[in-house]
Design a protein around this ligand. Structure first.
Ligand code: GDP
Length: 463
């Protein structure tokens, strides 16, 4: 991948549509677009001002010997005022598959290289149009499936996290300057900030970064999704609950025990939380070899899960298998929501016993979907901080961002210790600089090429 050539790709989804857009970006964008697009007016595309459009015809060859491929509109963007920061032309043609392919082929024949996945956005990042977490927010915006994800992505695209960090780091910069002054001129009393004041600044910065890092549990639950496992003994209604949450008949529901043998996985929204949901085989001992493989997998999934929806059949007393599960989960109660299903039938299962162990029990009927709202509330209460305003607050939504903040925190705590113990100024400067470095990692100023490639590979071609 080079960053100097001109790239092109279809930027609209593949398939039939009213229009399709082909984006051409790079120093040769106007020249290439002019080879395939002939405006009806007197001005050539390269003569148009930025943000203006021209109607015209599209051709396969610069000599115009063959009939036009299509007609449509070309919009011109001039560097640096475009998505990528480069000269860009977006040609809208009719959205038929063949029509779009013909136009793309003509653009490539005219000298553009086919863009790789995420390459337009990568150029926007490299050219300083977007910070790294803004591009990550953009990826989430394209994938957003519920209102919380959309709000979070929109606010991420406004660079809220970077702005918050900028404020925090302004103070640290003066601490660092003071430390350097002490190192360079140890005998002179040059530092404007004393030790006490430096310590205070470092502590404040650490507290603010901690507060920002704490938003990750909500951000993760919304954007990345919580690894969730539905478990319980056979026939309690796990598959019915799975279907109720994913909103379709994805899992087979029968009254025959041991039907679910493999692990089913799907991403679904429950209230404002995104669940990476697994339905698992009913937990019991069986003679059936295949079923037991399913049970083994269920236990493995249980170990990895961030959230367990432990389902019990309300119409029956708790069995030995239920109690086995309860005891297995009792040491990780914070990640368990106990669910009593079939609550429209006469309740028999010992609700009190479950309540004592898990502190909270949600009663549902997976069949009629009664109580699913209450389940959503219980899950939201665990993962979403109600005080957070997703549209206006800085909310950390990615593991990479969280890791950078955690590193910054470690360095600041080290700096705090050093300043407290009145160790060498050099060591304190080193730690504060480390924290500043972690911040540069967050917005992508100081990040490895391999990580950048990994981030952009998740985009689709054309974005
Ligand atoms: P799994 O084996 O735990 O996955 O349970 P299923 O979802 O396959 O359900 C087992 C049986 O219980 C089926 O006959 C379902 O129709 C029934 N069932 C599931 N949920 C409910 C419910 O809320 N009320 C009642 N009465 N029956 C249910």
């Amino acid at each position: 991948m080079t960053l100097n050539d001109t790239i092109a790709a279809v930027s609209t989804p593949r398939g039939k549509g009213g229009i399709a857009v082909i984006r051409i970006s790079g120093s040769e964008a106007f020249a290439i677009a002019e080879r395939v697009f002939e405006p009806m007016g007197t001005k050539r595309l390269s003569e148009l001002r930025g943000f203006t459009a021209a109607y015209g015809k599209m051709y396969r060859d610069a000599d115009r010997t063959k009939a036009p491929i299509d007609d449509g509109v070309a919009t011109v963007y001039r560097s640096p005022r475009s998505f990528t920061g480069e000269d860009t032309v977006e040609i809208s043609c009719h959205g038929g598959l063949l029509c779009t392919e013909n136009l793309l082929a003509a653009v490539l024949a005219a000298g553009a290289r086919h863009a790789e996945a995420g390459e337009f956005t990568r150029r926007a990042f490299v050219n300083g149009k977007m910070k790294l977490s803004e591009t990550e927010a953009l990826a989430n915006l394209l994938e957003a499936k519920n209102a919380s994800q959309l709000k979070l992505a929109r606010s991420g695209m406004e660079g809220k996290i970077e702005k918050k960090c900028d404020g925090i780091y302004e103070n640290l910069r003066s601490v660092l300057a003071a430390l350097y002054a002490k190192i360079d001129y140890p005998d002179e009393d040059l530092a404007e900030i004393g030790n006490e004041e430096m310590l205070e600044s470092v502590k404040t910065a650490a507290a603010e970064i901690q507060a920002l890092a704490d938003t990750y549990s909500s951000g993760h639950a919304i954007a990345e999704g919580v690894k969730t496992v539905i478990c319980g003994r056979p026939n309690v209604g796990k598959s019915s609950l799975y279907n109720a949450i994913v909103g379709r008949d994805a899992a087979i529901v029968t009254d025959i025990e041991g039907t679910t043998r493999d692990v089913l996985e799907e991403t679904a929204s429950l209230g404002g939380v995104t669940l990476r949901l697994c339905d698992t085989a009913g937990l019991r001992v069986s003679e059936d070899k295949v079923e037991m493989i399913g049970v083994k997998r269920a236990y493995e999934k249980l170990e990895e899960a961030e959230l367990v929806l432990a389902v019990f059949d309300g119409s029956l007393p708790l069995s030995d298998e239920d109690r086995e599960l309860i005891s297995r989960l009792s040491c990780r109660k914070d990640s368990v929501v106990a669910v009593i299903n079939k609550c429209e039938l006469a309740p028999i299962a010992d609700r009190k016993e479950l309540l004592e162990v898990f502190g909270e029990v949600v009663e549902i009927s997976a069949r009629s979907e009664d109580g699913i709202d209450a389940l959503a509330k219980a899950v939201e209460n665990r993962y979403l901080n109600k005080e957070l305003d997703l549209e206006n607050d800085a909310v950390v939504f990615g593991a990479r961002q969280y890791a950078a903040l955690s590193r910054a925190l470690e360095e600041l705590h080290a700096a705090e210790e050093i300043l407290n113990g009145k160790y060498g100024t050099d060591a304190a400067a080193f730690a504060v600089e480390g924290a500043m470095g972690a911040r540069a990692e967050l917005d992508g100023r100081q990040i490895g090429e391999d990580i950048v490639s990994e981030i952009f590979s998740h985009f689709c071609v054309g974005k």
